[in-house]
Design a protein around this ligand. Structure first.
Ligand SMILES: [Zn+2]
Length: 270
C-alpha cells in the first residue's frame, strides 16, 4: 500500500491550525511571525526551511508541504499528533550535506511535491521507492514545452491529440515523479525519458469516503526508455482528480505498483 495526500495549501493550514491549537500550551506569540499558529507542529529544520522562503505564499506552501509529509508518515506509523514535532525526517543532501536533500526515514520511502496552491506527499515501504509530483493546471504550458519535456515518440503522440495543457502537465508530473523516485531529479533530461501511453499494471485507488471515485482503478504505465539506469524499472500512475481537485495533476511513481490510499490532510487518522 502506498499512502498519498493531495490537498490544497489553504485546507492543510486551516486543519493544521486546529490541531496546533489543541496541542499548544500558550497562545501564538507575535514574535513567531506568520509561523505562529503552526509553530508547535514544526521542528527546527522545518522552521529554517520555511523562514528561508522570501514570499509569504512560498512560506505557506513550504509549511503545508512539511506538515503533510510528516503527518502522513505519522499516520503510517500509527502514531499521534503529539509525536509530530519529534518525528525526525532526514533531508541531508547526498552531494553537499546540507538539509535540502530528499526526505528519508528508516525502512520507508517518502516523497513530497507542491505547485502553486497545492501540496502532495507519498509514503510507501522502502522497496517501493516512491516519488510524487503535482502540477497546478494552467490554461497553457510554457513555450517550448513539447521540445524540452517530451520524448520524440511522446511528442508525436501528443501532437496527434491537440494542444491541451492538462495531459502535458500530467506527463510532466509523471516524469518528475519518476526522476525523483529514482533519486536523479532534473539532472536527467526529461525529454530523453519515455513513458508508455498504455498501462501495463492496474491496482486500486482507494479514496476516503468523503471523496468520490473510491475503488477506481489506477493505471500504471512503465518507463520505456530511460537515459539513466536509475530510472529503469519504474512505473507511474496519474492520481485521478477527485471533485474539487480539477486544478492539479498529480502522479505517483514506484518500482512496485501497488494500491494507493488517497486522503486529504484533514482525513488523516492521528
Ligand atoms: Zn546539496
Amino acid at each position: 500500500m502506498i499512502d498519498v495526500v493531495v490537498d490544497r495549501v489553504d485546507a492543510v493550514l486551516d486543519a493544521a491550525a486546529e490541531v496546533a491549537a489543541t496541542l499548544a500550551t500558550s497562545p501564538p506569540s507575535p514574535l513567531d511571525g506568520d509561523l505562529g499558529p503552526w509553530r508547535v507542529l514544526l521542528d527546527g529544520d522545518d522552521r529554517a526551511a520555511i523562514s528561508a522562503r522570501r514570499f509569504p505564499s512560498d512560506r505557506r506552501r513550504t509549511l503545508a508541504g512539511r506538515l503533510v509529509l510528516r503527518s502522513l508518515l505519522l499516520d503510517r506509523l500509527g502514531r499521534s499528533w503529539r509525536d509530530l514535532p519529534d518525528l525526525l525526517v532526514c533531508r541531508t543532501c547526498d552531494s553537499c550535506g546540507a538539509a535540502h536533500g530528499r526526505p528519508r526515514y528508516p525502512s520507508m520511502s517518502l516523497s513530497s511535491a507542491s505547485s502553486d496552491g497545492w501540496v502532495s506527499a507519498a509514503v510507501g515501504a522502502e522497496r517501493a521507492a516512491v516519488g510524487i509530483d503535482i502540477e497546478a493546471v494552467r490554461e497553457t504550458t510554457w513555450s517550448g514545452f513539447d521540445g524540452a519535456a517530451l520524448h520524440p515518440v511522446e511528442r508525436e503522440h501528443f501532437r496527434r491529440h491537440g494542444s491541451a495543457a492538462r495531459p502535458r502537465l500530467q506527463r510532466w508530473a509523471d516524469k518528475e515523479a519518476v526522476l525523483k523516485a529514482a533519486g536523479v531529479g532534473l539532472r536527467v533530461d526529461p525529454a530523453a525519458l519515455r513513458i508508455a501511453e498504455q498501462s501495463s499494471t492496474r491496482t486500486a485507488l482507494r479514496c476516503a469516503p468523503e471523496r468520490n471515485g473510491s475503488g477506481s482503478p489506477l493505471e500504471w504505465r512503465r518507463v520505456v526508455v530511460s537515459p539513466t539506469s536509475a530510472a529503469e524499472g519504474f512505473s507511474v500512475a496519474a492520481i485521478a482528480a477527485a471533485p474539487g481537485e480539477g486544478g492539479a495533476a498529480a502522479s505517483i511513481a514506484s518500482t512496485s505498483p501497488d494500491d494507493v490510499r488517497l486522503r486529504s490532510f484533514a482525513g488523516l487518522d492521528l
